[in-house]
Design a binder for this molecule. Structure first.
Ligand code: ATP
Length: 240
C-alpha cells in the first residue's frame, strides 16, 4: 500500500524570461514508484526536471513538495541535500577529475556515511567504473560517463531520483545496461522519475507515465496503458 507521496507538484508554471515553458503542471509520485515523463523535443521535460530541482533557468511558480515539506522556495543545493537529486541531460561529469573524485563530490554534503563503503557499493552496481577508478572521467566512453553521472547522483542520497534523458546518444546495449541498473534501483524501492526520448525503455521501467505537450500534461496514467495510447505517437510526431 502506498503511504503518502514522495513528490508532489501543483500548478507549476515555468518561464524563460517572459516566455512560458510550463503551464499548470500537476504531478504526483508515490514512494517507491517509477514515473516516466515523455514528450517531443521542446515539450518541457527538461524544464520540469530543472524546476523540481530548483535550478535556474527557468523561473517557476507553484508548489513542489518532497513528502510533506514545501521545497519550492529552497535553493537547488538544499533541495539536493534534502533528497531531490537530478542527473541532468548530457552526462555531466567533471572531465578533468578521476572517476573516484567525481564520486566523492557526489557525497560531499552527506554526513555520517562511510564514503569508501558507499563508493564500493557503486562499483558493485557499475563494475565498469571500478576498472576505471583512477582514470580521468573525460576519457571514459559515453556510456561509462552516464554510469558515473548516475552513481554520483546516487551518492548524493536521493529520496527522489530524477534522470533526464539518460540514454541520449548511447549505443543500444549500453542503454539496456543502464536501464537494468534503474530496474534494480526500482526493485530496491527507489522513487524514480525518468525522462526519455526512447519511450519504450522508460515505459518498461515505469509504473505510470505523464505525456507532455507544449508545456502541459496531455495525459497521464498506467505505463502500459500510455504505451498503447495513440496520443503517445502523436506527441512524438508533433515535436519540433
Ligand atoms: P528536449 O528533449 O529537447 O530536452 P524538452 O521536452 O526537455 O526537450 P525543454 O528543454 O524543457 O523541452 O524546453 C521547453 C521549452 O522551453 C522549449 O520551447 C524551449 O525552446 C524552451 N527553453 C528551454 N531552455 C531554454 C532556455 N535556456 N532559454 C529559453 N528558452 C528555453
Amino acid at each position: 500500500a502506498r503511504q503518502g507521496t514522495a513528490l508532489e507538484v501543483k500548478a507549476l508554471d515555468s518561464f524563460y524570461g517572459l516566455s512560458r515553458a510550463l503551464n499548470g503542471i500537476d504531478l504526483v509520485v508515490a514512494p517507491g514508484e517509477a514515473v516516466a515523463v515523455l514528450g517531443a523535443n521542446g515539450a518541457g521535460k527538461t524544464t520540469l526536471m530543472r524546476s523540481i530541482a530548483g535550478l535556474e533557468p527557468p523561473r517557476s511558480t507553484g508548489e513542489v513538495r518532497l513528502a510533506e515539506t514545501r521545497i519550492d522556495k529552497m535553493p537547488a543545493h538544499i533541495r539536493a541535500c534534502s533528497g531531490v537529486v537530478l542527473v541532468p541531460e548530457g552526462r555531466q561529469v567533471f572531465p578533468e577529475l578521476t572517476v573516484k573524485q567525481n564520486l566523492q563530490l557526489g557525497a560531499y554534503a552527506r554526513k555520517g556515511i562511510d564514503l569508501d563503503t558507499e563508493i564500493e557499493a557503486m562499483f558493485v552496481r557499475f563494475p565498469r567504473l571500478k576498472e576505471r577508478i583512477d582514470q580521468r572521467a573525460g576519457l571514459l566512453s559515453g556510456g561509462e560517463q552516464q554510469m558515473l553521472a548516475v552513481a554520483r547522483g546516487l551518492l548524493t542520497g536521493p529520496k527522489v531520483f530524477m534522470l533526464d534523458e539518460p540514454s541520449l546518444g548511447l549505443a543500444p546495449l549500453v542503454v539496456d545496461e543502464l536501464f537494468a541498473s534503474f530496474e534494480r534501483l526500482r526493485i530496491e524501492g527507489m522513487t524514480i522519475i525518468v525522462v526519455d526520448q526512447m519511450a519504450g525503455h522508460a515505459l518498461a521501467l515505469a509504473d505510470r507515465a505523464y505525456l507532455l505537450e507544449t508545456g502541459a500534461i496531455l495525459k497521464s496514467g498506467a505505463a502500459d496503458i500510455i504505451a498503447e495510447d495513440p496520443l503517445l505517437e502523436a506527441a512524438y510526431l508533433g515535436g519540433e
